[in-house]
Design a protein around this ligand. Structure first.
Ligand SMILES: [Zn+2]
Length: 75
């Protein structure tokens, strides 16, 4: 069984933010996914995570940086 089936993902475009790609003192491996149509929700969730867990400050710049690390995939 592949990951898509295990997660029960609807086929289509998905966007992914992978915290594990970045060095962190907490060794965080959080992955957040959303359908392409909910990209804004993904940025919000990633921003909340970055602030609460990694101590980043709320700012438009933070969201811009997070938006850059989002990867689009076909499921
Ligand atoms: Zn993290």
């Amino acid at each position: 069984m592949d990951v898509k089936q295990q997660l029960g993902l609807a086929p289509g475009k998905w966007v992914v933010a992978n915290c594990g790609k970045f060095p962190s003192e907490k060794n965080c491996k959080l992955v957040i996914m959303a359908p392409q149509s909910q990209r804004a929700d993904l940025v919000e969730a990633a921003a909340a995570h970055a602030m609460r867990v990694h101590g980043h400050k709320e700012s438009p710049q933070l969201r811009k940086e997070l938006d850059k690390i989002i990867v689009a995939i076909d499921v």
